[in-house]
Design a protein around this ligand. Structure first.
Ligand code: NAP
Length: 287
């Protein structure tokens, strides 16, 4: 992986940091993003120390706003040319309905718009690579339906359900992207990392769970106790696999499960009309 440049969003903690740690060990240049300078510098130092790779850089950006996403790309433009691997890892689970400064529901902004816009704005850098990979992490239960009338939880918001729905919408959008992409040297795939104890999961409160899951709150809470990054390291394996495996070369528009096996897309993702609707909405939001 030497001479490869990898950008991982939300890699100053959780699954992203573990992904960065492993990928840095391959000798690649790894760029991690986060919002906080202090957390970011601490993470970069830790990744450099563990990997003995000093080519680990930090870029700061809040991906919940389009200004933040554009600023991240501006910083990238100034320092780097080619991008070989983009890992859309940063995700958000909100406790209540909230609009960002762009007027977009927060889960939708970070989980759907950020990977879409970032991939789009970095496309010229990806095309400059002989072989580039875009990997986006999904989450939650991907079996439900896409509710086109409630894409930004305008009619009903429900913690983890809204988060999972936004991830399903992201899957539909990235699948659509993989079908529309004109560059033969760029592939777009989605993976599911599996559960891990991270800041995200530890921020979940009983009120954010669907009713039936509140019954198993003590079990959920005990599963999410701090394990020093062990479960996050395990959950980073699918991103690492998609970034490094030679057998993935050229594979486009696939969905990989937590064991890094190609699996069928959820039925909702295969609905052409729904994908068209979501694509147009995403284009409209970022225009
Ligand atoms: N953990 C799980 O059980 C699980 C399960 C399925 C899927 N996933 C998915 O895996 C991915 C990683 O999850 P995780 O659990 O590792 O999350 P996490 O612990 O919350 O991730 C933290 C990272 O995301 C960054 N971040 C958060 N909000 C951001 C924003 N608005 N703009 C920029 N950076 C932001 C944080 O940076 P700061 O320094 O700025 O805080 C930090 O680097 C997510 O897409 C998640 O949906 C996780």
């Amino acid at each position: 992986m030497q001479n490869k440049t990898i950008l991982i969003t939300g890699a100053t903690g959780g699954i992203g940091k573990q992904t960065a740690m492993t990928l840095a060990k391959t000798g690649a240049r790894v760029i991690v993003t986060g919002r906080s300078q202090i957390n970011g510098e601490a993470a970069v130092n830790e990744i450099q120390r563990h990997s003995s790779n000093h080519q680990v850089d930090l870029l700061l950006a809040d991906l919940s706003t389009q200004k933040g996403i554009r600023s991240l790309v501006g910083q990238f433009d100034q320092k780097y040319d080619q991008l070989d691997i983009l890992i859309n890892n940063a995700g958000l689970v909100e406790s209540e309905w909230r609009l960002t400064e762009d007027g977009v529901e927060a889960d939708f902004a970070v989980n759907v718009i950020a990977p879409f816009l970032l991939t789009h704005l970095l496309m010229e850098h990806l095309k400059a690579s002989p072989s580039a990979r875009v990997i986006s992490l999904t989450g939650g239960e991907a079996k439900g339906k896409i509710d086109l009338d409630n894409l930004q939880a305008e009619h009903s918001f429900s913690g983890l359900n809204t988060y999972s729905h936004s991830k399903l919408v992201m899957m539909a959008l990235m699948y659509e992207y993989s079908q529309r992409i004109q560059a033969e040297n760029v592939t777009i795939n989605v993976c599911y990392p599996g559960q891990a104890s991270t800041n995200m999961t530890r921020s979940v409160t009983p009120q954010m769970l669907p009713g039936f899951m509140r019954l198993i709150w003590p079990l959920f809470k005990s599963m999410m106790r701090d394990d020093g990054g062990q479960s996050a390291a395990k959950a980073s394996r699918s991103s690492v696999y998609l970034a490094t495996a030679s057998e993935v070369e050229g594979l486009n528009g696939k969905y990989f499960d937590t064991n890094s096996k190609v699996t069928t897309w959820p039925r909702a993702v295969l609905d052409d009309a729904a994908r068209e609707h979501i694509w147009k909405l995403a284009e409209q939001i970022v225009s």
